[in-house]
Design a protein around this ligand. Structure first.
Ligand SMILES: C[S@@+](CC[C@H](N)C(=O)[O-])C[C@H]1O[C@@H](n2cnc3c(N)ncnc32)[C@H](O)[C@@H]1O
Length: 265
C-alpha cells in the first residue's frame, strides 16, 4: 500500500467516530445548500457526506441527490437518516479522489468540511470538477487556518508524527487565495462568504472531550499519545484547552468557517 493509500485507510478508521457530531454540522448544512442554489430536480453530489446532513438537506428540497464518503460507518448512518426522513438518496462508499461517476453527471457538487481532508487537493478538485456539468455550481465549506478548527488541526499536526511529504495541511482550503489558485481557470464567478458554527458546550473541558471523542484525527492522536507518551498527552490537552478558551464564551465555542461557490466554465 503506498503512503497515500495508507493515509486514506487511517482516515477511514479515524472518521468512524464522527457520527454524534452530525448535530453540529446539520445546523449549518442549510447555509451551504442555499449558497449552492439547490432547487427541486437539480442533480446534486455531496462529497464526503458523512451521515448525510448536507445531502439530506438538499434532498428535502426535491433535488436528486447522491452522497459519497470514505467511511463505511458514516455511510450506514446516512442511509439510516435517509430512511428515517423517507428520502430516496443514493449513498455510497467512495473516495473524493476517485469519484465513481461519468463526466458532467451533476448540476451541483457540494462538500461540507470534507473534500478538504482528501490528501491531494489537486486530485479531489479535478474529480469534483470532472463530474460537474459545464455551467454547474461547485460549493463547499472549509475551516480557515486562522480560526478555531484550523488551529485545532495545526495542533494535531504539531503533536502527530509527520505525514508523507507533499500533503498540504487541510486548513489551507480555508484560505481564499489558495482556493482561487486550486480552482484556477476551470471556474468563473468565484464567491466567498463567511459564517459561524456555534457549538453549545458547558465548558472548555467539555469541548475538548467532544473533539477528542468524535473528530477523527484528534481521536487517533489522543489514542496514540495515551498508549505511548502520557506526558505529551497532558501537554497536548493543556495546549488544546488554552486554544478552546480563546473561542469559548457564554457556553458556546465559536467555529468560524469559509464558504466558497463557483461556476464551472
Ligand atoms: C468533518 S466530517 C464532515 C461530514 C459531513 N460532510 C458533515 O458536514 O457532517 C469529514 C468527512 O470527510 C470524509 N472524508 C475524509 N477523507 C475523504 C475522502 N478522501 N473521500 C471521501 N470522504 C472523505 C470523512 O469520512 C468524514 O465523513
Amino acid at each position: 500500500m503506498d503512503s497515500i493509500e495508507k493515509l486514506k485507510e487511517n482516515a477511514r478508521r479515524a472518521w468512524a467516530t464522527f457520527g454524534p457530531t452530525e448535530m453540529l454540522t446539520a445546523s449549518v448544512a442549510p447555509r451551504l445548500v442555499r449558497l449552492a442554489g439547490v432547487t427541486a430536480g437539480a442533480r446534486v453530489l455531496d462529497v464526503g457526506c458523512g451521515t448525510g446532513v448536507a445531502a439530506l438537506t438538499a434532498a428535502r428540497l426535491g433535488a436528486t441527490v447522491t452522497g459519497i464518503d470514505l467511511t463505511p460507518e458514516l455511510v450506514a448512518q446516512a442511509r439510516a437518516n435517509a430512511s428515517l426522513m423517507g428520502l430516496g438518496v443514493d449513498l455510497r462508499e467512495a473516495d473524493a479522489e476517485a469519484l465513481p461517476f461519468e463526466d458532467a453527471s451533476f448540476d451541483i457538487v457540494l462538500s461540507q468540511f470534507a473534500h478538504m481532508f482528501a490528501p491531494r487537493p489537486e486530485v479531489a478538485t479535478a474529480e469534483m470538477l470532472r463530474v460537474l456539468k459545464p455551467g454547474g455550481t461547485i460549493a463547499f465549506s472549509t475551516w480557515p487556518p486562522e480560526h478555531f478548527v484550523g488551529a485545532m488541526f495545526a495542533l494535531v499536526a504539531k503533536y502527530a508524527p509527520p505525514g508523507p511529504p507533499g500533503v498540504p495541511p487541510s486548513q489551507l482550503w480555508g484560505d481564499p487565495h489558495v482556493v482561487r489558485e486550486r480552482l484556477g481557470g476551470a471556474v468563473k464567478n468565484v464567491h466567498f462568504a463567511r459564517d459561524v458554527m456555534r457549538v453549545q458546550v458547558l465548558s472548555v473541558q467539555h469541548h475538548r472531550l467532544l473533539m477528542e471523542r468524535n473528530i477523527g484525527p484528534m481521536t487517533k492522536l489522543v489514542e496514540a499519545l495515551g498508549a505511548n507518551a502520557a506526558p505529551r498527552l497532558a501537554e497536548l490537552r493543556a495546549e488544546f484547552e488554552a486554544l478552546i478558551a480563546l473561542y469559548f464564551e457564554d457556553n458556546h465555542v465559536r467555529q468560524d468557517y469559509l464558504l466558497t461557490r463557483a461556476v464551472k466554465v
